[in-house]
Design a protein around this ligand. Structure first.
Ligand code: GLA
Length: 654
């Protein structure tokens, strides 16, 4: 698992080096139905509107090769790997919508042959992305059949094109069609999140390409709208803007103030804002998907590594700029959580190897500059300083159930907790049916819960190499076992986020790790994680509403049949803080009247402020925790400070 993850990260880095900012396509997925064709080119008579990409190429219809009919389009006299044939799509398709492309192509001799896309984004910057790469031996046609693709909203100058890694081979293209994707109805299932209203938010990661698929988004709306993580576009490589950072440096002589842009994240953030969905920010400080120039003198890719002192200034300004830009551009968006640091510890509990992640994936430029993992404390310090009050701050990692790493995370988390700098631990949970066992996973949950910090399952997916019925049954069993463990620790867990929705759009698509298939149908794993549970009706996105006072209490939920009561480290015994200022009826901050002030109360108040829940006046009087006779964000902030033990009482000052 770990190895394939790092390979993926490596590919992402190489793509960035090549100037590829975004890949907005899903892997090939055979569509069963005949789809309405928007554009078709058989190249029997002419080039059908295709043009060359560079100056060198010659495009002509040829009978030297044909997939269907007797002719194809031949691109010869190429000089660069990006040379090829393109079709302009403005006027034919709409940006932000998903389509299917089918095409057949071959080379003259062995080469990687790639169907790619080019467009100008909403900020007018030209972007490139690979739709589907295949190896071609030069003999048979490669089939690019029913490949889903979309351009981000606001794109112009949209093109699809073929290119080949070998700069000199001819490329032949034939039977190229673009069709509309049918608007598939999704199954009439009870929302997944409504089975867990008493426990935690259910959410998913989301990328701009997902937004282009209507059926995909119907699944998101219905099942996963408790929390959305921006899948890629809030990572440093998307947010850091080299051009404006250099311009700022030139203008001011200050190279410690990296400039940021939310352009790539905008479509997902807009969706969350419009639909009132709480957002997890992911991620501020990471070794991967972070460009080298950020760590180099003068922001030059080949510059010297900067000093620790300068990097700390850059880190502070970066985090400040991200928070300020979000606040300015999205004042009403609820970014309730941030992964402040991602993946800083090796499985054995030591820091990563120092180095450039673009040279050897897995190496950390942070460690290169700092010499150790001391950058983590700075990151949390700056995140706490600049994130809006009430934002929950997490450390996030994979293989978090391997002892060496579990212990390193706990030691770090305890230290940060002492200083009030961390709120929780993110367990990525990229699992496989064979590893880890549910018992091993539960052991990590138990240890993390004992810290008294919140836990979020941040990137859940469980791969299976066997993609037949038996494999999916086994996968369902493992999902069920893992959910049993998670449910047992529900008092310490505020969200369970899947890393995607449908298998075909997963980063590990060929091992089908998710709970919906490429036809948008629920897999056995979906049914296994609701088995024995009763949904709460109507479904709401809040955890713990079942413990709310009578007026707002929806119908009771039934816990998982297999759930056993938690043992001595049960989160409910370690996490909550005793309530203060009790009066005859209730206590400040204890909005669900369960005798403690904890994240459930925080969540109720935040839903009230977001207007997702209406709390009765009887409850609201306990929400005025700053005693200024109005209920607003400052009450939320005080409650959070109280829960993280930074203040020791709530309510009007006496
Ligand atoms: C890690 C990161 C995620 C994502 C996955 C792979 O888990 O935290 O952001 O990149 O790898 O998709």
């Amino acid at each position: 698992m770990n190895r394939s993850k790092k390979i993926m990260a490596g590919i992402a880095s190489v793509a960035m080096l090549a100037g590829v900012a975004s890949v907005y396509a899903n892997p090939a997925d055979k569509a069963s139905a005949e789809e309405p064709v928007i554009f078709s080119a058989d190249f029997e008579d002419d080039e059908c509107g295709f043009t060359r990409r560079g100056e060198a190429e010659t495009l002509e219809v040829t009978d030297a090769a044909a997939h269907g009919g007797s002719k194809s389009l031949c691109v010869s006299t190429r000089a660069e790997s990006w040379n090829g044939a393109q079709i302009a799509l403005d006027g034919l398709i709409e940006a932000g919508q998903q389509y299917l492309v089918t095409a057949y192509a071959k080379t003259e001799w062995y080469s990687t042959l790639t169907l790619s896309m080019q467009y100008d984004n909403a900020d007018g910057e030209t972007q490139y992305g690979n739709v589907l790469s295949m190896s071609n031996e030069g003999s048979d046609w490669s089939a690019y059949e029913n490949v889903k693709f979309s351009f981000p909203p606001g794109s112009t100058n949209m093109h699809l094109y073929f290119e080949a890694s070998d700069a000199l081979t001819k490329i032949y293209i034939d039977d190229f069609t673009i069709s509309n994707l049918p608007d598939v109805e999704i199954e009439d299932l009870t929302p997944l999140r409504s089975y867990y209203t008493d426990a935690f938010k259910i959410g998913t990661a989301l990328t701009p390409s997902d937004l282009a698929s209507k059926p995909f988004m119907k699944l998101v709306d219905k099942h996963f709208s408790g929390s959305i993580t921006v899948g890629n576009e809030l990572k440093p490589d998307y947010v850091l803007n080299k051009k404006s950072s250099l311009a700022y440096y030139e203008e001011t002589g200050d190279d410690t103030n990296p400039q940021v842009s939310l352009a790539a994240a905008r479509s997902v953030l807009d969706y969350c804002l419009e639909n009132n969905i709480p957002v997890r920010g992911h991620t501020l400080v990471w070794h991967s998907q972070t460009p080298d120039w950020f760590f180099k003198e003068g922001y030059a890719d080949d510059g010297e590594w900067v000093s620790k002192e300068k990097m700390t200034q850059r880190m502070e300004n970066y985090i400040k700029n991200v928070m300020e830009t979000l606040e300015k551009e999205y004042p009403d968006l609820n970014i309730y959580a941030w992964d402040v640091v991602n993946e800083a510890w090796e499985d054995n509990g030591s820091p990563r190897q120092a180095g450039s992640n673009n040279v050897q994936s897995g190496q950390s430029a942070w460690v290169k500059v700092y010499g150790d993992n001391s950058f983590i404390d700075y990151a949390f310090k700056f995140a706490r300083k600049y994130a809006p009050e009430g934002t929950l701050l997490y450390y996030n990692d994979y293989n978090e159930y391997i002892d060496g790493k579990t212990n390193a995370i706990i030691e770090m988390a305890e230290r940060l907790k002492e200083q009030g700098l961390i709120d929780g631990i993110g367990m990525q949970s990229h699992l496989d049916v064979g590893f880890p066992s549910a018992a091993q996973y539960k052991n990590a949950l138990k240890k993390f819960a004992a810290t008294g910090l919140d836990i979020q399952v941040t990137e859940l997916d469980i791969t299976t190499a066997d993609t037949n019925a038996a494999g999916f049954e086994k996968q369902a069993q493992v999902y069920s076992d893992i959910f049993d463990a998670i449910y047992e620790y529900k008092d310490s867990i505020s969200a369970v986020i899947f890393w995607g929705v449908t298998d075909d759009a997963s980063w590990r698509a060929n091992q089908t790790p998710l709970i919906f298939d490429s036809e948008y149908k629920a897999k056995p794993a979906f049914y296994s994680i609701i088995d024995g549970l009763e949904p709460t009706d109507p479904p709401v996105t809040t955890p713990s509403v079942t413990t709310a006072p009578a007026e707002t209490t929806p119908q009771e939920t039934t816990p998982l049949e297999t759930t056993t009561p938690s043992e001595t480290t049960a989160p409910s015994e370690t996490t909550p803080v005793e309530t203060t200022e009790p009066d005859s009826k209730g206590s400040y901050g204890d909005l669900n009247s369960d005798g403690v002030v904890d994240l459930s109360d925080l969540s109720l108040l935040s839903l009230h402020l977001l207007k997702e829940e209406t709390l009765s006046d009887d409850i609201l009087k306990y929400a005025d925790v700053d005693g200024n006779e109005s209920i607003n964000l400052s009450d939320l902030a005080r409650m959070r400070q109280y829960i993280s033990k930074r203040i020791d009482s709530l309510g009007p000052k006496k």
